[in-house]
Ligand binder design. Structure first.
Ligand SMILES: [Zn+2]
Length: 49
């Protein structure tokens, strides 16, 4: 699958390097939920299972 880009002007996702006459920013979908990650670390530090 091709890298998606997000237009900074209209906020739409596009496959094109440009949108609305401007450069589209690369979209970086997070592979995990940061909240879950921190919650996991917090639980591990406190030893709570
Ligand atoms: Zn656009």
């Amino acid at each position: 699958m091709k890298r998606m880009a997000k237009c900074a002007v209209c906020g739409e996702y596009t496959m094109n390097p440009a949108h609305c006459g401007k450069k589209a920013k690369p979209a970086h979908p997070p592979p995990y939920n940061p909240n879950d990650r921190y919650a996991k670390y917090r639980r591990a530090e406190k030893g709570i299972l």
